[in-house]
Design a protein around this ligand. Structure first.
Ligand SMILES: C[S@@+](CC[C@H](N)C(=O)[O-])C[C@H]1O[C@@H](n2cnc3c(N)ncnc32)[C@H](O)[C@@H]1O
Length: 214
């Protein structure tokens, strides 16, 4: 990691040895840095693409709570047409990261504001994939987040949700509540850890594959 006037670069090597350079800010809210779940999900997308070449090419992808934008940017390097989303405050960082990695993007990547629970008309038609990394972390957001998933997804949308299991404070209760709400309208399977990237995996980081109930 290198530092330049409040900007820390996180380098993420891709399977073809090219490197994503993701700007993080030394001060700001939780979205200003790359979380481990985002690395695990990004590298999982690459592994899936490696197992099934062309899997993401031309696919319509929306990432929620993108923060730096790393997961969506990785998807766009695999040929997907991606919209990374977050609150207004993160737009500048996401846009800077899209621009600085544009040489690796073979699909497309744009940044938009999407606050969970609010109108998603701008995002139709329903995406093929919704990506989310480390978005289960405070209770007030759970119902709005689930509403956004219901509003955005169709029966065909694959939601890939990567989260770090945390055992301290309110975290176990927040996770329990998330699953309670999720089960009402969605069904899900956990991706076995041996299907995660061979290097970027951890027992406490889970990837869920979620579909709307038929
Ligand atoms: C822990 S960070 C994870 C960032 C990124 N996905 C990663 O894993 O590196 C959670 C992200 O969710 C975003 N977020 C929190 N509440 C939100 C809301 N109500 N609507 C949209 N985004 C929200 C935050 O701004 C932040 O970028």
């Amino acid at each position: 990691m290198t530092e330049e006037s409040g900007v820390f670069i996180r380098e993420v090597e891709r399977r073809d040895r090219t490197v994503l350079e993701i700007r993080q800010l030394s001060s700001g809210d939780v979205g200003c840095v790359v979380w481990d779940a985002a690395i695990v999900l990004s590298k999982f997308l690459e592994r899936q693409e490696c197992a099934e070449p062309g899997l993401f090419k031309g696919r319509h992808v929306v990432e929620l709570g993108s923060g730096t934008g790393i997961v969506g940017i990785m998807a766009s390097t695999l040929g997907a047409n991606v919209t990374v989303t977050d609150l207004e405050d993160l737009q500048h960082l996401m846009k800077a990261n899209i621009t600085s990695n544009s040489a690796l993007i073979s699909g497309s990547c744009q940044a938009k504001v999407l606050k969970w629970g609010e109108d998603v008309l701008d995002f139709s038609p329903s995406p093929d994939y919704i990506l989310m990394a480390d978005c289960i972390y405070y209770e007030e957001s759970l119902k709005p987040l689930l509403k956004t998933l219901r509003d955005l997804a169709s029966g065909e949308t694959c939601i890939l949700c990567c989260y770090e299991e945390r055992t301290t404070g309110k975290n176990p209760e927040i996770e329990r509540k998330f699953f309670e709400l999720l089960k009402k309208d969605f069904e899900y399977d956990e991706v076995p850890i041996d299907k995660h990237d061979e290097e970027y995996r951890s027992e406490d980081i889970h990837i869920l594959q979620i579909y709307m109930k038929k």
